[in-house]
Design a protein around this ligand. Structure first.
Ligand code: NOJ
Length: 534
């Protein structure tokens, strides 16, 4: 049974991902910070956003740009102070914005005191906070698990002779979620932030916490070849023993019970490709409330693939998906969809369509400007996925992480010093917030219009959706008082309308409108239309 978000505060909300390092730098050190976020909250309020997701801002050595946490209950000096966080939360709440923070429970940083203690004291109580195993009989890693970032998922500790597990970098050792002490530590961390006034958590690698206790090999689904990059190698395994173990869901049930009195939202990153398996994380509404399903951040403009992704998953989790087109881990939708004006139109057509799919759509910073990926200056590649795999064709995730363009000029107003941790070409002025803000035809104002349309049209999410038969490249979603049409084809399509009279309420190419729809509707290429009726 699908979860029912009923009267939850996030029903009908629109979210926004802030990649903190690249959003706005107030101090001038070239690294985005919490004060920078606070300074730009009006941009988000004007856009109509309801919920912010802040990527990690905790103390970190920065091997994975903050997803390697060395203290879960503090703020990295590069991003500010706890007081800055408090001010941000207060200022956000004053504007009606909820604040969701990123929790990274699959792994800590190797610099975390728990891991240092685990290394230094193999017989101490922290050792079992992590996943340790003896070597295989040949002295190599205990099994065939591989890291997302290349190489085995095991690193040898010469002092104890054992291996520790890391699904990401060796500097990101995986926690042992079979240990009740780890569960208790995270209960404490969750309550710490609940007491700081956060409104929820985005849970990193939520599908990865529990590992097979027998540490069995993953099955191989296609042969490995020497020319494969790290992502291809990772995707060549079924991950039946390192990811998506049933016991993950129990952990989130515990968190749900703990946080329910505070009315916080739990949104998991679910990197599971099988839709039915992914949907079970939100199925009963007593664990995670929503999930980021990653396929929609991978797909190019491929109508059959989108049909499968949207019409397959939505019925399995009608209110349980935080729909996203872009995020800080994948090329931006505009780029994936071919770039330029056409890529931007395609992205806006899909952005319009996902507003009616139920769950909370999240916009990734800059998506509201129609941004393609940025261009990092040669010699400044920063993402470990690329840096740690020289010689592979892995370009890494920097292109979607370049600074948010606020104005013209150096770093597009990202930093007062004109510095950026990720030196990149400045964006043309027409792609900045300043230029688009006052232009009624800009992508920014089209997003404002779209979000306002969603807010004034509860029939877009409050009533059940069913999918109508249609040609492969045309998606037709019907709610009792809403009809959504997405024509992904490169040519016009004619849709016979039944069950009307319908009125055209929003079009990805024409914005808010209110005109009676004829009996049969001609939909322009690569366009989304939303019709409503009494
Ligand atoms: C998913 C995050 O979105 C990504 O940026 C990070 O590298 C991995 N999890 C590991 O924490």
């Amino acid at each position: 049974m699908a979860s029912d978000t009923g009267g939850a505060w996030w029903s009908g909300a629109v979210g926004y991902e802030i990649y903190v390092r690249s959003f706005a730098d107030s101090s001038g050190d070239g690294i985005g910070d919490l004060r920078g976020v606070t300074d730009h909250l009006d941009h988000l309020a004007d856009l109509g956003i309801d919920v912010l997701w802040l990527t990690p801002f905790y103390p970190t050595p920065g091997f994975d740009h903050g997803y390697d946490v060395s203290d879960y209950c503090a703020v990295d000096p590069a991003h500010g102070t706890l007081e800055d966080f408090e001010n941000l939360t207060t200022a956000a709440h004053e504007r009606g914005l909820k604040v969701v923070i990123d929790l990274v429970p699959n792994h800590t940083s190797a610099d975390h005191p728990w891991f240092r203690d685990a290394l230094a004291n193999p017989d101490g109580p922290r050792r079992d906070y992590y996943v340790w195993e003896d070597p295989a009989p040949d002295g190599g890693p205990p099994n065939n698990w591989v890291s997302h970032f290349g190489g085995p998922a095991w690193t040898h500790d010469p002092v104890s002779g054992q291996y520790y597990c890391h699904l990401f970098l060796p500097e990101q050792p995986d926690l042992n979620w079979a240990n009740p002490a780890v569960v208790a530590e995270f209960d404490r961390i969750l309550m710490f932030w609940a007491d700081q006034g956060v409104d929820g958590f985005r849970i990193d690698v939520a599908h990865g916490l529990v590992k097979d206790p027998l540490r069995r090999d993953n099955s191989l689904i296609r042969p490995l070849t020497p020319d494969m990059g790290p992502v291809e190698v990772f995707e060549s395994f079924a991950h039946d023993h390192d990811l998506d173990q049933n016991a993950n869901i129990e952990i989130f049930r515990g968190w749900n019970r703990l946080l329910e009195p505070r009315n916080l939202v739990l949104i998991g990153e679910i990197g599971v490709t099988d839709q039915e398996r992914a949907a079970r994380y939100v199925a009963d509404g007593d664990g995670l409330h929503e999930m980021f399903f990653l396929e929609s951040t991978y797909l190019p403009w491929d109508p059959p693939a989108w049909r499968n992704a949207l019409t397959g998953l939505q019925p399995l989790a009608p209110t349980g998906v935080s729909w996203v087109l872009s995020c800080h881990d994948r090329p931006r939708a505009v780029t994936r969809f071919g770039g330029g004006a056409r890529g931007a139109e395609r992205a806006f057509a899909l952005a319009t369509f996902i507003m009616g799919l139920g769950g909370t759509p999240f916009i990734y910073q800059g998506e509201e400007l129609g941004l393609p990926d940025g261009r990092v200056r040669p010699g400044h590649v920063s993402d470990p996925l690329a840096v740690r795999n020289p010689g592979s064709d892995e370009v890494g995730r920097d292109g979607c992480r370049t600074p948010m363009p606020w104005t013209g000029g150096p770093t597009n107003g990202f930093s007062p010093s004109g510095r950026s941790w990720l030196p990149s070409d400045d964006r043309p002025v027409e792609l900045t917030v300043a230029a688009q803000s006052g232009d009624p035809a800009s992508m920014l104002n089209r997003y404002r219009d779209l979000i306002a349309f969603r807010h004034r049209t509860p029939a877009l999410w409050e009533e059940p959706l069913r999918w109508l038969d249609s040609e492969t490249d045309v998606l037709l979603g019907r709610r009792p008082r809403v009809l959504m049409v997405l024509n992904m084809a490169p040519d016009r399509r004619e849709i016979p309308l039944v069950g009307g009279p319908w009125a055209l309420a929003f079009g990805s190419r024409c914005g808010s409108c209110c005109s009676p729809a004829p009996q049969s509707l001609v939909v322009e290429p690569e366009t989304c239309l939303i019709l409503t009726r009494e």
